[in-house]
Structure formats: C-alpha cells, structure tokens
Write a protein that binds this ligand. Sequence first.
Ligand SMILES: Cc1ncc(COP(=O)(O)O)c(C=O)c1O
Length: 347
Amino acid sequence: MNIDWSKLGFHYTEPDYIVRAAYHDGKWEEPYATQDKFLHLHVSATCLQYGQEAFEGLKAFRGVDGKIRIFRWRENAKRMAKSAEGLYMAPVPEEIFGKAIHLALEKNIDFLPPYGTGATLYFRPLLIGTTPRLGVGPGRDFEFIVIPSPIGPYYPGKFHCTTFVVNRHVDRAAPFGTGTFKVGGNYASSFRATEPAHAQGMDCLFLDARYHKYIDECSAANFIGIKESTKGQSTKYNEIEYLTPRSSAILPSITNDSLMTLAREQGYKVTRRHIRLEELSEMSEAAACGTACVISPIDKVIDPEKNKIYHLSDEPGPVLTGLYHALRDIQFGRAEDKHHWCEVIEN
Ligand SMILES: Cc1ncc(COP(=O)(O)O)c(C=O)c1O
C-alpha cells in the first residue's frame, strides 16, 4: 500500500474490498467482502427505473492513542432504515449494517489514514432496489453495499469560510416530500442549482419550497446560525444562541445533533425553529454542518434575485470554531467522549 496521505483529496480512492448483502424472499443474507466493484444488475431494476435507492455517509478515525473510532454508526443505521421505509424498501437491520461496516473496516484496514494526517476512512452504505420491474412500483429484492474510501482532510490548509448563494428557481425537496430521507433523487434534482454555484466557487443555500422565505438547508449539509444578544436587567450577560432550521424537508443531520449537544454543554441556548432568510443579518456567524466538513463556516450569503448580500464573518468565528474543534477532538480521541458517540476499536 502506497498512499501519500497528505495528497489524498476529498474524493473517491478505490478500496481493496467492498461489502455486500442481498435481500431476497424476505431475508437478508450475511454481509460478505468482495473485490468485485461491479454489480450484475438487471436493466429494469427498480433502482434504475424509479430511483429506489438510499445511502449514508459515516467515518472511522485513527485516534491520538492509536485506537480506531467509528462515529455514531448506529445513528446512520437508524436513518438508513427510515430512508428505506420512505422508499418502500426493506430496512437493513442494525446488526447487518454494523457487521458490514466492521467487515469493510477490517478488510481495508490499510486504507485507514494514520493519526495526524487529518484524513479519515469514509464509508458509503448504499441500498438499492434490484427487482426487475417496468410497471411503476417498488421492488421486493434489495442489495446493501458498503463502499469505503480514505478521504483527505476537508480543510487541507486553513479552516476557512465559503460563500453561499440562494436560488429560488430550484427547490431541493418539497415539504413532506423526500427531504428527510437520504435518497439519491434529492441530490440529482439539486444538481441544476449546486453545479452552477460550485462553478463559481460557492455553495447553495436552499429555502423552504412552499414560501421561499425560510432557510431549509445547504446542498449536502444542515444550516447553523449564531446570534448573540445582551440579556439581564441588572447583571448584563451575553447570550449566545445556536439556531438551526425546523423543516419537514431537511435531512436530520447526525453532526448537527452532536453539535447541538456540545453547544448546550458550552452554555449556549439551542433553538430549532423556522428561520427567515433576512435573519442572517442578525447573525454573527453561520455555517453548514455535516459528516464531510463537520462545520463549514459561511462568510456571506448572496441573494441575487433580491440583489442582497448578507455579510457574516470573513474568518471562521469563535463560537463555531470552538464547536468544530470540540467535535473533532472527540472523534480523534483527544477529548473525553462523554456521550459514547464513538465505538472504540483497539488495534
Ligand atoms: C442534505 C444533507 N443534509 C445534511 C447532511 C449532514 O448529515 P450528517 O451530519 O449526518 O452527515 C447531509 C450529509 O449527509 C446531507 O446530504
């Protein structure tokens, strides 16, 4: 194995093995590792014809103590089960999900980046409908696949900000549509907003599809805003509020959930509610959050249609920088994991 970890980008590096398990006649088979990265799939499989597919993303870290930590994989298993139910697929039992992740790690252990490189081993669990069917409807056969890939640090240089752009001509997901599920269709349908934004070195901030008034989420990450205000009658104190959208169209982010817990522990007020786009002007900091980046601070949000620019902070602000390091420290074993988020593997 000859990987230059420092040159590893944030893209797919082919692992030695993937792990697969099929579902037929109402039963899951035991997950097995294979070097064959190709599927023998019927051209009429429901995943191809009707987009019956769901996926996940999670990471394993080599810690400062040399131990391996897999971050909150059970939460990913639960979320994938919800996505599966949302698309009429057989949910992958937590036990099968866990076995597949552990087998993928064991068989690709040389791909787990060493501590200190900032790189991690990413797992992409995938669930697809494989029943051949041309009449519109769900299949009865499924394949669960775990694809591991080492990925470089999201911030190879300095922790930095990204500019986001609002687009009212493309919605990511309808209210009560499939936005709460992690399914491929949500992403494919966002490309016509995300690709033009990426081409300009920016990312997308999606608004709620019904009113185009409230912040929903970023293209592949939840939104966080930080508001600071002075409170108290006689003894004045500075209240820091961690705000994140309530919406029936966004993915319940495991990173956001973890950051909310850490924010409460740091004495911040945590609020999940509808957030009007204009409230950006009252925020001192804002960011996208997700497994890939942990936190991606936002310097400004451009609303081209309204000819408006919301300026946040040019450099990552102190509240979000603190939360970013707090979570990374837990993932790399540098801080106590009070909530038992990491499964620790001695190796
Ligand atoms: C649309 C969307 N929202 C939010 C997230 C962040 O979720 P998590 O923190 O579980 O990675 C992701 C990435 O998985 C995503 O694709």
